[in-house]
Design a protein. Structure first.
Length: 142
């Protein structure tokens, strides 16, 4: 979440998610224009634009649906476990069920294109996504 204070806390009281005012929208548009002029792509969490991330995906029941992580990145832990994103281990109820492979024992391409990752992506697109994704857009402004 983008927050106003420097505490690093993503609390509802300090978040802009779902309550952008005209001033914040203007500042984000100016920052995006400056970034573009400098050759920098401004992306928010989930690889969406900052405005899209802060406005949400418009589907209140599917908070997670705007995230592009399952198709654009993976998170590899120090012990080689491949997870769908860096947020998932903090919110998953079943960490072992979240592991999509291990980069120390399998080629990454095999994991990325494998059955577990494909099943994760299919479940992600459904109305019953994997556990860590269920409340992610609401909890993390993704």
């Amino acid at each position: 979440r983008l927050v106003f204070n420097g505490l690093g806390l993503a609390t509802d009281a300090n978040a802009l998610h779902g309550r952008l005012r005209e001033r914040e929208q203007t500042l984000l548009a100016e920052a995006d224009a400056l970034a573009t002029r400098q050759g920098i792509a401004m992306r928010a969490s989930g690889l969406t634009t900052p405005l899209a991330s802060l406005h949400g995906n418009g589907d209140g029941a599917r908070h997670w649906a705007g995230c592009q992580r399952p198709w654009t990145l993976a998170y590899v832990t120090a012990n080689g476990n491949v997870l769908p994103c860096c947020i998932s281990p903090w919110v998953a109820k079943d960490y072992r069920g979240l592991i999509l492979g291990n980069a120390f024992t399998e080629r990454f391409e095999t994991i990325w294109d494998g059955d577990r990752y494909q099943r994760f992506r299919t479940d992600f697109e459904s109305d019953t996504p994997p556990d860590p994704c269920r409340g992610c857009g609401r909890l993390w402004s993704i």
